[in-house]
Design a binder for this molecule. Structure first.
Ligand SMILES: C[S@@+](CC[C@H](N)C(=O)[O-])C[C@H]1O[C@@H](n2cnc3c(N)ncnc32)[C@H](O)[C@@H]1O
Length: 456
């Protein structure tokens, strides 16, 4: 489609961003046609396999529902992968290098499969760990400890956050009392530590509902939200009761799997060396121009004392697979480094993004070509680590979304497939799970894919 260029003087009420959107040659376009040249070179076709992959239905699933999360897998998606390969792997060992809140690991344990994960966000690693390693806690003891918590100890809100605008005064006071109550529980035994951690997780999971904020999916103020002073007390009680109910169910239905190994390391998937060999890797990396996994969880990270200031937040963010909200310094350093992964597709994409940004004159980040390049360099490092710990005959399944950046189509799934080939894997299939819209040009149809790589 050729661009409809605005004539000078017309649409003078549009700003530079709106003008770029108006003039974009990609309006109404789709990844389906833009992916064709790449697919031809790979010699494969994308198979339609529409299905709900997102976390949303997990609010009704035992254990998964203990903490709200936006960017996770649905339990049913993970289960569908296990079902698909049940005849190939009798008792598979599972890995998720980007564990998030632990959906893959929880579902593995429900099936009795040992599982491992890595996660860089300390809050998410904590939540995932509590979800898989508290199955032997007595529900009655949990409820009793909760009711016996001191009601008069106040622990202050994190000083680096704007808590007085995040929460109404009465809500804030009650949250500080609940935090004080939980902190005063003495972790004298392994059992008590697990209970305290369950209560901390429960507390973190109610914070956004108690606040004047919403996560949809990015964190922002919710204009017409009404929160009452006693909301923290009501919600925490509900959450603790829900966890106790699930513990009862686990102990009835999955008693054989309570001690099945499940471990999530708080570490960078780019450099962590596993001393295990895996049968199935199921994962979803951050999407390139997607969410900031640090800023989006800063409220919970601050209240649970995982971070003390903005510097701590920035440090975690800089170590993650890059998002388009990272510091300019980090990208400058990357652009000056000599040893990064690249290939001819990536070079072409980088060159085209650079040229389009120059032509447009205005773009949110002028270092976008390097952000895109760093994303694939980061993913190469993660995939290289994973590949070195795959058994032969194992599968590496990645769920990923593609992008349109400065009118340049970036086929993330196909580029990751190519990295897989470079690392000695075969492409078994690429399935399209849904159409997605993201970025400036909302009329452009992107896709979310399930990429299955196999190690022969
Ligand atoms: C799309 S989410 C994964 C969600 C997960 N599938 C679930 O169901 O909960 C991607 C995760 O990767 C984590 N992450 C980003 N860079 C990382 C890195 N270098 N090492 C480990 N984890 C990282 C983010 O904190 C985020 O939790």
């Amino acid at each position: 489609m050729s661009p409809i260029l605005l004539e000078e003087g017309s649409h003078s009420d549009l700003n530079a961003r709106q003008l770029n959107i108006f003039n974009s040659p990609k309006k109404g376009g789709s990844a389906e046609s833009d992916a064709q040249p790449y697919l031809k070179k790979l010699g494969i076709e994308i198979i339609e396999n529409r299905q709900p992959i997102q976390f949303t239905p997990n609010v009704n699933e035992r254990i998964h529902r203990w903490a709200p999360y936006v960017q996770g897998f649905s339990a049913s998606f993970v289960q569908s992968i296990f079902d698909q390969y049940k005849n190939e792997y009798a008792n598979p060992i599972i890995l998720d290098p980007f564990s998030g809140c632990g959906t893959v690991l929880v579902q593995s344990k429900i099936n009795g499969f040992p599982s491992f994960g890595t996660e860089l966000n300390p809050l998410l690693q904590f939540i995932a760990d509590v979800k898989v390693n508290s199955w032997d806690v007595s529900p009655t003891y949990l409820i009793r400890t909760y009711h016996e918590m001191p009601k008069d100890r106040r622990s202050p809100a994190p000083s680096f956050l704007h808590s007085t605008s995040h929460f109404n005064p009465g809500v804030l006071k009650n949250l500080e009392l609940l935090k004080g109550g939980i902190e005063s529980i003495k972790s004298r035994s392994d059992k008590k530590t697990k209970i305290k951690n369950l209560l901390k997780m429960a507390f973190s999971s109610i914070l956004i509902d108690c606040s004047n904020l919403k996560r949809s999916p990015c964190l922002g103020y919710a204009k017409s939200k009404r929160v009452y002073d006693d909301t923290p007390l009501v919600l925490l009680e509900q959450k603790v009761t829900q966890i106790a109910d699930d513990l009862k169910l686990i102990q009835d239905d999955y008693s054989n799997f309570i001690h099945t190994e499940s471990h999530i390391a708080l570490t960078n998937a780019m450099d962590f060396q596993h001393n295990q060999q895996f049968d199935l890797v199921i994962t979803s990396p951050p999407y390139m121009n997607g969410l900031d996994y640090v800023i989006n969880y800063k409220i919970e990270m601050g209240w649970l004392d995982f971070v003390e200031n903005q510097v701590d937040l920035k440090k975690i963010k800089d170590d993650m697979v890059v998002c388009d909200n990272v510091s300019k310094g980090l990208i400058r350093d990357f652009s000056e480094s000599r040893s990064s992964y690249t290939n001819d597709w990536l070079e072409e994409i980088r060159k085209n993004i650079k040229a389009n940004i120059k032509r447009r004159g205005a773009y949110r980040r002028h270092d976008m070509p390097y952000i895109v390049h760093k994303y694939f360099d980061d993913m190469y490092k993660v995939m290289k680590n994973v590949v070195s710990s795959l058994k032969s005959g194992s599968r590496f399944i990645l769920v990923v979304g593609d992008s349109l950046i400065a009118d340049v189509y970036v086929p993330t799934d196909l580029l990751l497939a190519r990295i897989g080939l470079d690392l000695g894997l075969e492409i078994e299939k690429i399935e399209k799970a849904r159409v997605r819209r993201s970025g400036q040009i909302r009329s452009y149809k992107l896709r979310e894919s399930i990429l299955t790589l196999i190690k022969r």
